[in-house]
Design a protein around this ligand. Sequence first.
Ligand SMILES: Nc1nc2c(c(=O)[nH]1)N[C@H]1C(S)=C(S)[C@@H](COP(=O)(O)O)O[C@H]1N2
Ligand SMILES: [Mo]
Length: 277
Amino acid sequence: MDDIQRLVSQADDVRKAAAGRADPAPARRRAEELLLRARERVAGLPDEARRLELSAQIARRMADLDREAILGTEPATTAPDVAPAPTRVADPARVPPGQHLTAGWPVLHTGRVPAVEKATFSFTVTGFVGQRLRLSWDALRALPETTVVADLHCVTGWSRLANTWAGVRPRELLDRAGVGPGATHALVSGLPAYSANLPLEALLDDDVLLAWSHDGTPLPAAHGGPLRLVVPRRYGWKSVKWAFELRLLDRDVPGYWEARGYHNEGDPWREQRFHGD
Ligand SMILES: Nc1nc2c(c(=O)[nH]1)N[C@H]1C(S)=C(S)[C@@H](COP(=O)(O)O)O[C@H]1N2
Ligand SMILES: [Mo]
């Protein structure tokens, strides 16, 4: 067994032991540290196929840890200023395979919640566009508002149904910037150093929004306020919080999680959770 596999199986042992503890949190943190060390080593591997395969093994386990932490503390992780989920009793046909409904709305992201001031806010549309756009908060808010009711499915297993989002369709921004010749994909970036990739057609879907409001209130900072991407037909990691840039590309460039073992497409109905699924 090599170093990386050893770290991964150590993390598995620690995680299993955590389940029996009165306070499983420290053991889960230890498991996470082991996985982060494994991930660091994976990043240095020259063979891309191997790198992605091991990244997926690590990402799967990180998602398991996140799920256990959320299930263990629900509804404590629910943001206080957000109404509970509208329903726990759903048409089962509306819940993708392997997902369960949450009572509230978990907050999930890497790193800290960044402070984004509307006074200094700017959103940039760049890359393979006709003309680069830089929008202030007021300029963005002056664009046509669309409301979308959509379900949010996190790869760690929770779903929150019937979210009412209001915001602007990326299509409106691209109507103004112009789609440049050769543009095939998009990369949307969010603070602090996060991104997700989509084929251009997926970004142009009717239900994709750069959202500033949720269930009738301004988007809370913890959930990506003032502005986040919402991509209802993909797992939640594509819904970039604290969005600041939309870049069109002439090729597919993996985003933050896609480069760390998540599936490139992330369709919940096909359970495209991790690379290789
Ligand atoms: N900037 C940023 N956006 C992000 C993430 C992140 O780590 N950073 N996590 C993603 C993941 S994995 C999910 S499931 C959703 C969760 O959104 P919520 O915290 O509003 O529930 O945000 C997504 N957007
Ligand atoms: Mo997620």
